[in-house]
Design a protein around this ligand. Sequence first.
Ligand code: ATP
Length: 329
Amino acid sequence: MTALLKVSNLVTEFGTGKGQPGLRVVNDVSLTVARGKVLGLVGESGSGKSVTGFSIMRLLEKPGRIAGGQIVFDGTDIVNCSDEEMRQLRGKRIAMVFQDPTMTLNPVLTIGTQMVEAVQAHEKMSRHAARQRSRDALGLVGIPSPEERLSAYPHQFSGGMRQRVAIAIALLHKPDLIIADEPTTALDVTIQSQIISEFQKLTEEANTAVIWITHDLAIVSRLADDVAVMYAGRLVETGPVAKVLTDPYHPYTAGLIASVPSQNKRGEALRQIRGMTPAINRLPQGCSFRTRCDRATNACRVMPGLMPADDRSFRCIHPVMRGLHDACD
Ligand SMILES: Nc1ncnc2c1ncn2[C@@H]1O[C@H](COP(=O)(O)OP(=O)(O)OP(=O)(O)O)[C@@H](O)[C@H]1O
């Protein structure tokens, strides 16, 4: 597989004050995304999914900084390229859609003004042509009467429509990669489903690769080719969605799957993972999941590496492998 994006051993820290060591909120994360493929990045709140996305976009807020590792996008070294090179990539070749569309939209400018600016930021084009392009983009994401809506302000749109506008802006330049950070989480289920279908159609047509950040495994199973599961800043499992979601190796992934309501589990009590995710500055020694894990033993007091297994990988010495014995049995 030729990688469009290759993240290797990424470490992102937030400074805690002068002379203090930074807090590692993303630790040793490696991901590969091929052109046109969808990677679902999943994990509980606070596991480091968004910070991974912001690191790739080089949009970390201070005191956040990339403290180690490599991010290579189509041959460009994202960690070390100049701010100008990054500005050229952002919006044109890599775009981001946020959970809250107001992160993209300026409340005091009309949608048309913002979209024309976004078109002209990367392409030499007359205002008239840029406006037509914007109108077409709104039409593609299902905004009715797009010509009229160009003159409206963000607050004149419903939440779902605002998110469609943000997606239209992200897709304006047919980017090679979109990082979608929980873009439908705040929307009701019907709207969510429509937007996912439209997004999927448009990105497939443009052969756009996607990193879809979510805590929702149903979305991952619907959209993604591959999945990477994060826990407390680290990857704990990666692999093709069809394999990981039906036959998880890491007890955390298995716990996430068991806690999803589904048709065939109707009537059964959902099994929640016991306990809470520990604060990132108070992680247990060794495997970060061990204090919540029914399979944990003393051997888990040492952090396991990410172990490869065919096209998958997992970070556990007592994996849930159907038909196979524990590595330590
Ligand atoms: N600006 C910041 N300053 C300090 N710490 C931060 C900052 N942004 C994020 N963090 C910390 O980084 C860790 C990872 O956060 P992140 O937002 O990536 O999690 P997430 O998995 O995306 O969660 P959610 O699903 O809730 O968005 C958390 O412990 C969070 O508190």
